[in-house]
Write a protein that binds this ligand. Structure first.
Ligand code: CAA
Length: 259
């Protein structure tokens, strides 16, 4: 691969912005350069009014095998701190539009953490998920211990983090880690279809719905309910609320303005 080959490919499919991790020789290892391109791509689609939802994918064999172990192997604590590597993952939290991870093959370490930082996960039958950092003498550092535990609970998270238990796509679905499992040859089409369906909905409501669901992971129930109520009232200030309710009452399709 030449030095100028992008590490993340950008394609637009209808109202969906697709980002393909493109370092398959290194199992899409998440080097700082690749992560930076990914986060730049996310920010670009997020700012693009023609895009209503975003999909991140790898190849049919690998989503991403985690941090670039070669690049990290000799790093000091201060090198890691100053590199801002893990901080790059935080940029995903600033994306307002829904982000779907379309996962086939390996999603390990930072690759799994990247998928868990997305809003929805579509898994191919051949997807495999794990946090193998313990084999390297470290632990997950990009949200793995936190997002995994909040999703699957303490006991399975312990086994995955402490003993590298890996999950098949079916197991991941059973434990609520992925939205759906689809035949491997269809995984990207399914993810794009789902993203397109969401992208055609009322954009401000989608944005605030995402914000409200994410707030549930950060707050007490009382604070979350109060927050949700404020966002609900706020939507009555949009033209799309008038349009959606008028369309329902007149048995026609709504034409969303995103205003
Ligand atoms: N970093 C750098 N190179 C990697 C890599 C990684 N995370 N994962 C795979 N590779 C490279 C291998 O070194 C190998 O390179 P060469 O061909 O030059 O030898 C190539 O990709 C293929 O790997 P394998 O020969 O091991 O292929 P396999 O099919 O037998 O196994 C695999 C595939 C299961 C993904 C295995 O490579 C593996 O377990 N990779 C490491 C996964 C891992 O430990 N991830 C966690 C990293 S730490 C982290 O992620 C922390 C964080 O972000 C905060």
């Amino acid at each position: 691969m030449s030095e100028n080959t992008p590490l993340v490919l950008r394609e637009r499919h209808g109202r969906v912005g697709l980002l393909r991790l493109n370092n398959p020789k290194a199992y899409n290892a998440l080097s700082p350069a690749l992560l930076r391109e990914l986060m730049d791509g996310l920010a670009a689609w997020d700012a693009d009014e023609a895009v209503g939802a975003i999909v991140i994918t790898g190849t049919e064999r690998v989503f991403a095998a985690g941090a670039d172990i070669k690049a990290m192997s000799q790093a000091s604590a201060v090198d890691m701190l100053l590199s801002g590597y893990v901080d790059l993952f935080d940029r995903l939290r600033q994306v307002h539009k829904p982000v779907i991870a379309a996962v086939a093959g390996w999603a390990l370490g930072g690759g799994f953490e990247l998928a868990m930082a997305c809003d929805i996960i579509v898994a191919a039958e051949n997807a495999r998920f794990g946090q193998p950092e313990i084999n390297l003498g470290v632990i997950p550092g990009a949200g793995g211990t936190q997002r995994l535990t909040r999703t699957v609970g303490k006991y399975l998270a312990m086994e995955m983090v402490l003993n590298d238990r890996r999950l098949t796509a079916e197991e991941a679905a059973r434990f609520g880690l992925v939205n759906r499992v689809v035949p491997t040859e269809q995984y990207l089409d399914e993810a794009l279809k789902l993203a397109q369906a969401i992208a055609e909905r009322a954009p401000v409501a989608v944005r605030l719905g995402k914000e409200a669901v994410n707030y549930a992971l950060e707050s007490t129930l009382s604070a979350g309910l109060a927050y949700e109520r404020r966002l609900f009232y706020l939507l009555f200030a949009t033209e799309d609320q008038r349009e959606g309710m008028d369309a329902f009452l007149n048995k026609r399709s709504p034409a969303w303005k995103g205003r």
